[in-house]
Design a binder for this molecule. Structure first.
Ligand SMILES: [Zn+2]
Length: 168
């Protein structure tokens, strides 16, 4: 470890300070504004969602079609080569029946969270999304599903432009 790293170590918080509440506070009025770039691949992916399309990247070296798309193939250690439009249908790879909301509160009616392998992409390439239009007990790995898109006027270039996937 160089001495330079030591200079930027920060300040240790002692147990006494924690017990005294020195570093604990609650402020629900805080408004945080921030922006970031999604990068070339995800920007195109999100723009596609707004149009009701799913776009993937193909690596011509290994032949894989990657979704979500990335500009670099992690198997070949080289840039991917081309954009490929894939279908908005797929297969349930795995799923979970969740009785917990994003804020960790309990739900009475479960949500079905699934990884869906997208048709036209390579096996194991898929997206995490919600399943709907199906009873939790009827969901199966290998089940064919299709995207249920929000109305075009409601889409905003987000993964939530697909409301959910339902049995095909
Ligand atoms: Zn590759």
């Amino acid at each position: 470890m160089s001495s330079k790293i030591k200079e930027y170590r920060g300040t240790e918080i002692g147990l006494d300070e924690v017990k005294a509440g020195k570093y604990l506070f609650t402020n629900y009025d805080t408004v945080l504004r921030y922006s970031w770039t999604s990068g070339v691949a995800i920007s195109r992916f999100l723009s596609g969602l707004k149009e009701g399309q799913l776009w993937a990247r193909k690596c011509n070296n290994c032949g894989r079609t990657l979704i979500p798309p990335r500009m670099y193939c992690e198997e070949c250690y080289r840039p991917t080569d081309e954009w490929v439009r894939v279908k908005d249908t797929g297969t349930v790879n795995t799923f979970s029946i969740s009785y917990v909301n994003n804020d960790a509160s309990r739900r009475k009616k479960p949500i079905l969270v699934s990884v869906i392998d997208i048709d036209g992409a390579s096996p194991g390439m898929g997206i995490l999304h919600l399943l709907g239009g199906v009873e939790p007990k009827k969901v199966r790995v290998g089940m064919k599903v299709k995207a249920v898109w929000k109305k075009k006027s409601e889409r905003e270039g987000a993964i939530t432009d697909i409301d959910h996937f339902e049995p095909a």
